[in-house]
Design a protein around this ligand. Structure first.
Ligand SMILES: Nc1ncnc2c1ncn2[C@@H]1O[C@H](COP(=O)(O)OP(=O)(O)OP(=O)(O)O)[C@@H](O)[C@H]1O
Length: 703
C-alpha cells in the first residue's frame, strides 16, 4: 500500500521522494520537526503526508489541521493537496492560517457569551488600526507620524503580542518609536472600551479562552488529532503556546521549517522554539531534508557557504543534484543609473518566457525601476504598491522647491522649506507669509515688509532671483541647483551629523529623483512624471498578479516563491543590512544582522537558474559602501574557486573572452591564480577573483 502510494506520486506528479523526504513523510505519531533547506520540498512533504495519513493510515481528513503563515500560502497548500490527492474540496482536510484558526475559537466563545466585537483591520473595518494609531501618536507626541514610522509602530505592537510581552514589561528603551508604552496603552484601552480587536488579538484571545475553557479546549483536541505547521521558522511564541495547548496530550505536532529562512523577527516570530525543540519535546523526532530541488549547483554551493556565517542556526548541508548552471554574477556599478541601465539591457536581451524577479530590501527601490520599466515598455508586476517614496520628507522638500519656483505665491511650499535654505528666515517672517493674500508673491511680502531689516530684505530679493533661475533650469540641473545654490546640500550634511540613518534614506531618494529628472526635459514634465509613477503604483496594488510579467518585490514578499532568473538590486550598506542592524551589531548584538543575512539568503535561494547581485562601488563622497553580504558572497565564490576546480567559474579547457586580452583558453588553475592562453597575447596569469559569465571574464572586484 505504502509502495503504491509513492509509485502513484512518481507516476502522476513526477515526484520521486528521496529517502530523507520519505522518512519525514512517513512519520506517524508524536512531535516531529522537519528541518530543511530552501527548495527541499517542505510544503510538498507536508501535503503529501496529509495524503498518506488519509489514504494509507485511514485517518479521517477532518481530523487533520495544517497551518501556515498567510492566506495565500494556505490556499496554495489546499490547491496543491487537491492536485496530489484528487480529493474534491468539500472533503478536503483543513488548511488554514493560524490567525484564522484562532478567529474560529474567538468567534465561538464570544458568540456563546453574547459579546459583540469588531475588527480594526481588514477591508471591512469601520475604523482602521493605522488610522487610529496615527491619531494616538500625534495626540501623545504632538506631531504627525511618517508613513514608515507608522508601519514600524504597527509592527512593534504585533511584536509585543506575538512575543507575549506583558504591558507592564514594555520598556521604552527596547523600542525606537517615541512614547511607545503610552501609545500601546491608549491603543489597547480604546479597543477594549469600544470592543474592537486586531488580528494579533485573535491569537492572544484564543489562547486565553482555551486556557480557561477546558471544555472547549477538549473539543478542539478531539476534533484535530493531527496538527501540521508549515513555515515553522516564522511562528511566534504566542502561536507556539496555542499549538502546545492544542496538541496535548497526543503531541501529534508535525512542523516543517527552515530556521535559516526566519525573516519576521521584527513582528515577533522567533525560531528559538525550533532550536529548543528537543528540550521541549524530548521524545520528539528531528528529520533533515538537505537536498534542494530548485536551484543549480552554482547557486546552491554559494548560498550554502554564505549562510554558514550565521551563528544561531541548525547546521545543514544544502546541496543539489541539479546541473552546474551559470555562476552567480556579481555586478557592481558606479552609479544607481548605471545599475538600472544594466538591468534594463539584461531584461531586454533575455528570454521573456523565463520567469524573472527583481528583488529589493526596501519599497523605496521600486520607484526608479517602475519609471524605467514603464519607459521601456517592459511588462512587470509590482507586489505591494507602497508609496513612502512620495510622502518622504526629502521628496516633499524637492517638490516644494520646484512648486515655489514655478509659483512664487505658493506659501505652503515656502513653509515646508524656508528653514532648509540657510537664509536666516525666522518664524516671524513665516507668519507674514501665512497672513498674505492668495495672489501675493511670498518674496514680495518679505521684500516689502517694514518688519524686516534692510539686509534681510535684500537677501529675500536675492533668494527670489535664485528661485527665478531655478524655474528656468532643466530638471536635473534644477535638482543640483537646489543642493548647491539653495544650500539644501549643506542642510542634509548638517542633519546627517545628528540623524545619519534618516539622511542616508533621504540621499537614496534624492538619487532616484535625479535619475527620473535625467529622463525629463522640463520641470512640468518632471512633476507630471512623479505623479504618473505614484498613480501607477497606487493602481498596481489593485491589479491581478500576472505570471508572465517580471515580478518586482521586496525580499520579504518573495518568501516561498521561485523564479528562473533573479536580480537582487540596491545591495548597499544601510539598505541591506539595514542601518539599525549594523548599529546593533556594532554594539555587540548580532540578532538583527543575522536576520538580514537570512533575508539575503531567502533572496538568493529563490533563483532556479540565474542569480545576479547588483551592487555599487563604495563612494567616499556619499559615504556609500557595498553591502557586506555581497562581499561575503564574493569571498564564498573565491573560496569555491580555491577548493574546487570543477566549479562554474573556471574550468581547465574553458574558452573565455577577456575584456582586455580578447579570446583565450584556460590552461590551469591553482590557488588564486588562473593561467589563460590568449590567442593574441600568449599565456597570462591572472588573479582568480574574476567571474566567468557566458564565456566572458569579468573582473568582480576592483576596489
Ligand atoms: N523529490 C522531489 N523530486 C522532484 N521535485 C521535487 C521533489 N520534492 C520537491 N520537489 C519540487 O521542488 C520544488 C520546491 O518544493 P517546495 O516548494 O515544497 O519547497 P520548500 O522547501 O517548501 O521551499 P522554500 O522553503 O524554499 O520556499 C517544487 O517545485 C516541488 O515540486
Amino acid at each position: 500500500m505504502m509502495k503504491d502510494f509513492f509509485e502513484k506520486l512518481k507516476e502522476t506528479k513526477n515526484i520521486d521522494f528521496t529517502d530523507q523526504q520519505k522518512k519525514a513523510l512517513l512519520h506517524r505519531e508524536g512531535p516531529a520537526l522537519v528541518l530543511a533547506v530552501p527548495g527541499a520540498g517542505k510544503t510538498t512533504v507536508l501535503i503529501s503526508r496529509v495524503a498518506y495519513l488519509i489514504n494509507v493510515l485511514g485517518i479521517n481528513p477532518k481530523e487533520i489541521l495544517s497551518l501556515t503563515f498567510s492566506r495565500a500560502a494556505a490556499r496554495d497548500m489546499k490547491k496543491r493537496f487537491i492536485e496530489i490527492n484528487g480529493t474534491d474540496s468539500t472533503s478536503a482536510p483543513h488548511f488554514s492560517t493560524i490567525h484564522s484558526f484562532a478567529h474560529q475559537v474567538v468567534k465561538k466563545e464570544l458568540s456563546t457569551q453574547g459579546i459583540e466585537y469588531h475588527f480594526i483591520e481588514g477591508k471591512n473595518a469601520p475604523i482602521h488600526k493605522l488610522e487610529l494609531l496615527k491619531q494616538i501618536y500625534s495626540h501623545i507626541n504632538k506631531k504627525g507620524i511618517k508613513e514608515e514610522t507608522l508601519e514600524d509602530l504597527a509592527n512593534a505592537i504585533s511584536f509585543v503580542k506575538n512575543r507575549m510581552i506583558s504591558p507592564k514589561d514594555i520598556k521604552q528603551e527596547n523600542f525606537e518609536i517615541k512614547s511607545f508604552p503610552e501609545i500601546y496603552g491608549q491603543y489597547e484601552k480604546w479597543k477594549r472600551e469600544k470592543r474592537y480587536i486586531d488580528f494579533d488579538d485573535m491569537l492572544t484571545l484564543a489562547y486565553g479562552i482555551l486556557r480557561k475553557n477546558t471544555k472547549l479546549l477538549q473539543q478542539y483536541r478531539f476534533k484535530y488529532t493531527y496538527i501540521q505547521v508549515d513555515e515553522g521558522q516564522d511562528t511566534s511564541p504566542i502561536q507556539y503556546a496555542l499549538l502546545r495547548l492544542l496538541v496535548h496530550p497526543r503531541q501529534n505536532l508535525f512542523i516543517v521549517a527552515d530556521d535559516d529562512q526566519s525573516i519576521y523577527g521584527f513582528r515577533g516570530a522567533d525560531p528559538k522554539e525550533l532550536l529548543d525543540f528537543k528540550k521541549l519535546y524530548p521524545q520528539g523526532q528531528v528529520f533533515y531534508m538537505e537536498e534542494n530541488f530548485r536551484s543549480t549547483q552554482s547557486i546552491v554551493a554559494i548560498a550554502n557557504q554564505f549562510i554558514q556565517t550565521n551563528q544561531n542556526r541548525y547546521h545543514k548541508n544544502l546541496h543539489t543534484q541539479k546541473e552546474m548552471g551559470s555562476p552567480i554574477l556579481v555586478k557592481r556599478s558606479r552609479e544607481y543609473k548605471e545599475q538600472i541601465d544594466y538591468l534594463i539591457e539584461e531584461l531586454k536581451s533575455k528570454d521573456p518566457q523565463c520567469s524573472t524577479a527583481i528583488l529589493f530590501r526596501n519599497h523605496l527601490s521600486a520607484v526608479g525601476l517602475v519609471d524605467q520599466l514603464l519607459s521601456h515598455d517592459i511588462p512587470f508586476y509590482l507586489r505591494e504598491g507602497k508609496r513612502y517614496f512620495f510622502h518622504h520628507w526629502l521628496t516633499r522638500d524637492i517638490l516644494n522647491f520646484l512648486y515655489l519656483a514655478l509659483d512664487h505665491e505658493d506659501g505652503k511650499s515656502f513653509e515646508g522649506i524656508y528653514y532648509k535654505m540657510n537664509q536666516y528666515i525666522s518664524k516671524k517672517n513665516v507668519d507674514l507669509v501665512k497672513k498674505k493674500s492668495n495672489n501675493q508673491s511670498v518674496f514680495d511680502v518679505l521684500k516689502n515688509s517694514k518688519e524686516l531689516p534692510d539686509f534681510q530684505r535684500k537677501r529675500m530679493a536675492a533668494l527670489e532671483e535664485k528661485f527665478f533661475i531655478l524655474s528656468t533650469l532643466t530638471p536635473i540641473k534644477a535638482l543640483k541647483y537646489i543642493e548647491e545654490h539653495l544650500n539644501y546640500g549643506k542642510f542634509l550634511q548638517q542633519r546627517k551629523k545628528t540623524r545619519p540613518s534618516m539622511v542616508s534614506t533621504g540621499e537614496f531618494i534624492l538619487t532616484r529623483l535625479k535619475n527620473i529628472a535625467e529622463n525629463t526635459s522640463t520641470l512640468i514634465e518632471f512633476l507630471c512624471r512623479i505623479e504618473e509613477i505614484e498613480n501607477w503604483m497606487k493602481q498596481c496594488s489593485k491589479q491581478k498578479e500576472n505570471s508572465s510579467a517580471i515580478l518586482l518585490s521586496t525580499l520579504h514578499g518573495a518568501k516561498g516563491l521561485e523564479f528562473d532568473r533573479v536580480y537582487m538590486i540596491d545591495l548597499v550598506e544601510d539598505q541591506i543590512p539595514t542601518y539599525a542592524s549594523i548599529k546593533q551589531w556594532e554594539r555587540g548584538d548580532i540578532g538583527l544582522l543575522e536576520e538580514e543575512r537570512r533575508l539575503f539568503y531567502v533572496g538568493m535561494t529563490r533563483a532556479k537558474k540565474e542569480l545576479t547581485l547588483l551592487s555599487l562601488y563604495p563612494s567616499k563622497a556619499t559615504d556609500r559602501n557595498c553591502s557586506q553580504f555581497v562581499e561575503e558572497v564574493q569571498a564564498c565564490i573565491k573560496n569555491e574557486i580555491h577548493q574546487n576546480q570543477a566549479n562554474p567559474y573556471f574550468k581547465v579547457q574553458d574558452k573565455v573572452q577577456h575584456k582586455l586580452f580578447g579570446p583565450g583558453k584556460i590552461q590551469w588553475i591553482q590557488d588564486n591564480t588562473v593561467a589563460i592562453d590568449f590567442e593574441n597575447h600568449g599565456v597570462k596569469k591572472l588573479a582568480a577573483d574574476f567571474c566567468m559569465y557566458n564565456g566572458i571574464l569579468e573582473k568582480m572586484q576592483s576596489i
